[in-house]
Design a protein around this ligand. Structure first.
Ligand code: IMP
Ligand code: MG
Length: 371
């Protein structure tokens, strides 16, 4: 998953599930060393901290109690500064060690309120642990005992944190980013589905750059470049060119036109790892794949079309039915996974690829207009 949209705003992947887990392990280690000989009460600050608390206490291997306080200060992406206590502390905390588990400390207004709440509870001690911390915004002279990950002053969502109530369920942390400007479309479909023909028409209509992996490779092969010779050895067998070669070539191709309105990717990505490499690459630019548009055509019709094309194009891989079938097998086993990849992001659009060229262009345009 790359750039996501919540309400009106866009967010890009920022901290992975794995990095979060590592940070929590370190926090647990520090807290355990300090408190393993007593029974601390971990108090999570709701709503944001529910995931953090669950993962933290699961890793904490000594006696402890768990409770929650519900506070609220944020409205949209701005701290309001006014903290409301919605569910208070019920336990008798006298003489106890309390460890506050916060998802994030930003301005410190909430933290100040926490110190207020526990001030007259006659605790043995009050410790503060926060998973995320924004040092550039923190204005208070209040101690924070354990810090997981310090981050820049940019709004984040995921792992319990929300933007107007959305995003709490995301396993990774996403950071606010600018709205993507490009229309980037993965044009998809089995060999012979008419991707190239349609891409040529659509790139003009929508002012997009068309990147056909096959064409770029054939150009390189014809000119006997290093990459071309390498690619040829695979293509002649009807096999796919290895990911790293293809990905580097595609990146270079995209970087040739940095001011493009967007790209039509034709023949790429073909594997899930290519798709996530493409997502990562676009994400660095604050861009994303707008959608995968797939032409759907029955296989027998395709074999017929390809053999016809082979007669005139001279493409070796279009002249032999068993090589064509081999490409379909590759397509079905590897590439169909991509449908799932984009579908889980709500970015998959199937289009009926049987009919006159103009009819199909019309159907594709309906999808392109939406993206
Ligand atoms: P503070 O009172 O300004 O320190 O803000 C603390 C509370 O604001 C946190 O417990 C969160 O609920 C919320 N908050 C602060 N920064 C973010 C953010 O980047 N994303 C989501 N919520 C945030
Ligand atoms: Mg909070």
């Amino acid at each position: 998953m790359s750039i996501i949209k919540l309400h009106d705003k866009y967010f890009k992947k920022f901290i992975t599930e794995n990095q979060i887990e590592n940070a929590i392990s370190l926090l647990v280690k520090q807290v355990s060393e300090d408190l393993k000989d007593e029974t601390p009460i971990f108090i999570g600050i709701l709503n944001g901290s529910f995931m953090f608390v669950a993962d933290f206490v699961r890793k904490y291997n000594y006696n402890c109690e768990v409770s929650f306080v519900k506070l609220s200060s944020y409205n949209g992406t701005n701290s309001t500064g006014k903290i409301k206590q919605l569910v208070g502390v019920n336990e008798d905390l006298e003489g106890r060690t309390v460890v506050i588990l916060e998802d994030i400390i930003d301005t410190g207004n909430t933290l100040q309120e926490i110190y207020e709440i526990f001030k007259d509870k006659k605790l043995k001690q009050l410790k503060i642990a926060t998973l995320f911390f924004k040092p550039d915004v923190f204005k208070k002279e209040l101690p924070i005992d354990y810090i997981g990950i310090s981050i820049p002053d940019k709004f984040i969502v995921g792992y319990g944190l929300d933007y107007d109530n959305l995003g709490r369920n995301l396993a990774d942390i996403y950071q606010l980013t600018t709205e993507p400007k490009m229309k980037n479309i993965v044009l998809f479909g089995p060999p012979g589905a008419g991707k190239g023909t349609q891409a040529d028409l659509l790139k003009v209509k929508y002012n997009l750059e068309h990147i056909s992996t096959g064409e770029v490779f054939r150009y390189n092969i014809k000119n006997e470049t290093e990459l071309g010779k390498l690619a040829k050895s695979f293509m002649d067998k009807g096999d796919l060119v290895p990911d790293n070669v293809t990905i580097d070539m595609l990146k270079a191709e995209v970087d040739k036109t940095p001011d493009a309105n967007g790209f039509i990717f034709d023949g790429f990505p073909r594997t899930e790892s290519q798709a996530s490499a493409l997502d990562e690459f676009l994400e660095e630019k604050g861009e994303t794949i707008s959608g995968m548009v797939a032409l759907e055509v029955p296989e027998d019709l395709l074999v017929e079309r390809l053999l016809e094309r082979g007669k005139t194009s001279g493409r070796a891989d279009d002249q032999d039915e068993s090589k064509i079938r081999n490409r379909f097998n590759e397509y079905n086993t590897k590439t169909a996974i991509l449908k799932d990849y984009y579908q889980t992001q709500n970015k998959y659009f199937g289009v009926n690829g049987v009919g006159a060229i103009s009819e199909i262009t019309e159907r594709l345009s309906e999808v392109f207009d939406k993206l």
